[in-house]
Design a protein around this ligand. Structure first.
Ligand SMILES: [Zn+2]
Length: 431
């Protein structure tokens, strides 16, 4: 009498398979093998392998999800995989991905092996997408498990949007289908010259052309760069074009080939409210009228403060009523100063180079201050000037051949924008 166990042994499994719900393919195989048992008894063994009603075993596949509070080891062993198999796969994974970075809800595609080793089920492949642009996989090879991390191939296309502002840029953008990420880029782009709380009027308008990146399935993975934007404020249009210069640096330039990025930012902090302007005011602590030689931005304690421009840290540390204070030297004539900080960015010291937009410290209320805010000063030839009124030193100007290249590229971007917006209007009128 041939036992089920011995049939299973021929098949390369164990009776243990019968007991586990996870092993549906193996269980089906075992049942059909059991049904064929009478045939097996009368036949010789070599005949069994040819005639038994067992199709070529398809590798078993499964998608499992990382549960809240679990880890990859527990997730893999819960499928019935042996600890050593799971361990070896995870160790290989570490070469390309830190398993601690996995989040609950992460899906894993598992392909089990059709062959077993010493009756232990093996895993042929483990793969997952930690983000929409990356595929990580661990595969079984003759040298053991090997991991790889690959970028998903994405195709880029251009999209356009435009609108007239009735109440706010935000509402106009939303109504005209501008994605939030694109809107934020546009605001950053124009923030060197436009005060979005003050300068925008009803009737102002905008145009934008931006990239959209899709995967093979045609699903949008993310938005890419803004390539062209235009804002018409009180009848005055400023068009900006993305351009990569001969050094490989990409920036925005106006129609004359002048960089729109200024040497200094007027507002070296995000999301803050201007709480006190430049000029004569009654000092909130000292009580008497005093010249306020900077501008104050109210913001929550800990809000990052940026270097307003490229430069060198000239002063850093406690500075009387200024509290924690930084002064940056930008060039022979301009400095900026930042006061009342809670603390400084790590590793920053006198003489250190900083780039525009680098975090240099955090909003606090040190020194003579009534609440968390940034006191910001721009100094021209060592004298404080009004950051709102000053004409900012301009950035780079394209010249010669580079300017010609830029003008030709800008022309192409402008034509692309016109064609795409015409297409959009055709689609809209066909609806
Ligand atoms: Zn102040």
């Amino acid at each position: 009498m041939v036992s089920i166990a011995s049939v299973m042994a021929i098949l390369g499994g164990t009776t243990g398979y019968l007991l586990s719900d996870h092993y549906s393919n193996a269980a089906d195989t075992a049942l059909s093998a059991a049904a064929a048992e009478s045939l097996v008894v009368e036949s010789d063994v070599s005949n069994v392998t040819e005639t038994a009603s067992i199709p070529e075993i398809e590798p078993r596949r499964e998608t499992v999800v990382l549960e809240q509070g679990s880890n990859l080891m527990a997730t893999l062993t819960a499928t019935g995989l042996e600890r050593t198999v799971a361990y070896n796969a995870i160790e290989a994974l570490r070469d390309v991905f830190n398993p601690r970075k996995l989040r609950a809800g992460q899906e894993f595609d598992l392909v089990y092996s059709a062959e077993a080793e010493d009756s232990i089920e093996l895993l042929d492949e483990l793969s997952f997408q930690p983000d929409p642009e990356t595929i990580v996989s661990v595969s079984r090879t003759e040298e053991g498990y090997q991991a790889s991390s690959d970028k998903v191939a994405l195709t880029t296309s251009n999209n356009v949007a435009s609108g007239v502002i009735e109440q706010s840029l935000f509402l106009a953008a939303e109504r005209n289908g501008v994605p939030l990420a694109v809107l934020m880029d546009m605001i950053e782009l124009y923030s060197y010259e436009v005060d979005f709380q003050r300068d925008i009027q009803p009737g102002d308008s905008f145009e934008v052309m931006y990239q959209e990146l899709k995967n093979d399935a045609g699903e949008r993975v993310r938005y890419g760069d803004v390539l062209y934007a235009s804002m018409t404020l009180s009848g005055n249009e400023v068009r900006l074009y993305s351009f990569t210069d001969k050094n490989g640096d990409t920036d925005f330039y106006n129609q004359k080939g002048e960089s729109y990025r200024r040497a200094l930012m007027r507002t070296p902090i995000n999301g803050a409210r201007l709480s006190s302007g430049y000029g004569q005011r009654k000092h909130p602590i000292l009580g008497y009228t005093k010249m306020h030689k900077g501008i104050d931005f109210a913001a929550p304690r800990g809000t990052p403060i940026f270097a307003a421009g490229n430069g060198t840290i000239a002063k850093i540390g406690r500075n009387g009523g200024y509290g924690n204070y930084i002064m940056i030297r930008h060039n022979d004539s301009y400095d900026t100063a930042y006061a009342h900080m809670k603390g400084f960015a790590k590793g920053l010291k006198q003489g250190a180079r900083v780039k525009q937009g680098d975090v240099i410290g955090y909003v606090g209320t040190t020194g003579r201050s009534t609440g968390p805010h940034l006191h910001y000063e721009i100094l021209k030839n060592n004298v404080q000037v009004n950051p709102i009124k000053i004409k900012m030193p301009s950035g780079k100007k394209l010249k010669g051949e580079e300017l010609d290249t830029f003008l030709a590229d800008a022309d192409i971007l402008r034509k692309q924008y016109a064609e795409l917006s015409l297409d959009n209007r055709k689609i809209a009128s066909a609806d």
